[in-house]
Design a protein around this ligand. Structure first.
Ligand SMILES: *Cc1c(COP(=O)(O)O)cnc(C)c1O
Length: 373
């Protein structure tokens, strides 16, 4: 059986270092907002090429608190519109609605990332921000998006939850926008051993507000300047992340080897590979392959065929946000490309510990799919 991703294997690769880091925290007697967090924040800021990193409890909070901080700073007001891809994971949209802001869903292009042309035509007088999502580990078209944002004076919050270390022209996720939200959910490319997240930014004002917001709105114990929340990144998780950050680029290289094997080996007219046309070799290298997502008109049959060969696959994602019960009022809206994508996508196994032998078995099984199941 070829697992989609074995988290056990992923963490076993660094088990002795993780256990030593864990023991260090236990023995320190200090468990929240201490040296481990400071060290990780400083290392991750450096890795992203930004001045500030603020650890928070998870990726959703990273996005939600950043928008909230912009409201507190007077840069956003309730009712403002925020542009977001229609085919994203629901967290990007929840962060907007949680803040009383209005999401404007925009279709992707064939890269499956948000279409810059459609962003431009969706901008109205109330539009104040864009949340590009670097879906599946590939950076959105940030050069175009940043120039649109500049032209229309919009804030940009990168949803970098799937794109630690991804880049275009060597400029990495988390350093393009005014701020970025990261998730360190265990299955992400940089994963904690529990929940964790972070915000990166070069904006000292934003960083200061966020530092208070995540800790009950307080910079100084028992003095609360905002109605904050409890969204802190524990010392234990920060220590785990510091270990794993050291190996992030090696892990990405391992993922790229699998992705390249798939792209070179899968030859089946019924299966569409992740788009690489119009992409320079440099951009291909900038993809961190959080997910390797193929498209197939007979997706469910393909998934069954692969399962029969002992290959576990997943669907990211089966239902787009506008078709969710949580957003009942939007259910009748139509985003044809988004809906087609959700019917066609299938994520093949990929991970830093996957072997080329396993990749080869996946390739063979894909190539023996008769197109109908
Ligand atoms: C995982 C993910 C999030 C949320 O992260 P959590 O840590 O689970 O809250 C947000 N956006 C995207 C695109 C994600 O994949």
């Amino acid at each position: 059986m070829i697992e989609f991703l074995s988290l056990k294997d992923v963490n076993a690769a660094y088990a002795s270092e993780l256990k030593a880091a864990c023991a260090r925290v236990i023995d320190s007697g200090w468990y929240i907002q201490g040296k481990e967090l400071e060290a990780f924040e400083s290392d991750f800021a450096k890795a992203c090429g930004v001045q500030f990193c603020l650890g928070v409890a998870n990726g959703l909070d990273a996005l939600t608190l950043t928008l909230r901080a912009w409201k507190l700073l007077g840069r956003l007001t309730e009712g403002d519109e925020v542009i977001v891809p229609a085919n994203t994971y629901i967290a990007s949209v929840l962060a907007i609605t949680e803040n009383g802001l209005t999401p404007v869903l925009v279709e992707p292009d064939e890269t499956l990332n948000i279409s810059p042309a459609l962003i431009e035509s969706s901008i109205g007088p109330k539009t104040k921000a864009i949340i590009p999502v670097h879906l599946y580990g590939r950076l959105a078209d940030m050069p175009s998006i940043m120039s649109i944002a500049k032209k229309h004076n919009l804030l940009v919050l990168e949803d970098s939850a799937q794109a630690h270390g991804a880049s275009i022209d060597a400029k990495v996720a988390g350093s393009w926008g005014d701020a970025a939200g990261f998730s360190f959910y265990p299955g992400k490319n940089l994963g904690a051993l529990g929940d964790a997240g972070a915000i990166t930014t070069n904006d000292p004002e934003l960083a200061t507000v966020l530092k208070a917001l995540r800790n009950y709105g307080s910079h100084e114990k028992y003095k609360n300047i905002y109605q904050g929340v409890n969204s802190r990144l524990d010392e234990i998780q920060a220590a785990m992340l510091s270990v794993k950050l050291k190996y992030l680029s090696t892990d990405i290289q391992s993922r790229r080897k699998i992705a390249r094997a798939y792209s070179d080996g899968i030859r089946n007219a019924a299966i569409r590979l992740p788009i690489q046309e119009n992409v320079s070799p440099l951009d291909f290298e900038g993809h961190v392959w959080h997910l390797y997502v193929v498209r197939c008109q007979h997706r469910d049959a393909l998934q069954k065929h692969l399962a029969a060969s002992g290959i576990q696959t997943l669907i990211h994602y089966p239902i787009p946000p506008h078709k969710q019960l949580a957003y009942k009022n939007w259910n009748s809206q139509s985003f044809p490309l988004t809906e087609r994508i959700h019917d066609e996508v299938l994520s093949l196994p990929i991970g830093p510990t996957m072997t080329l032998e396993d990749a080869s078995a996946v390739i063979d099984a894909c190539n023996s799919f008769n197109g109908l199941g």
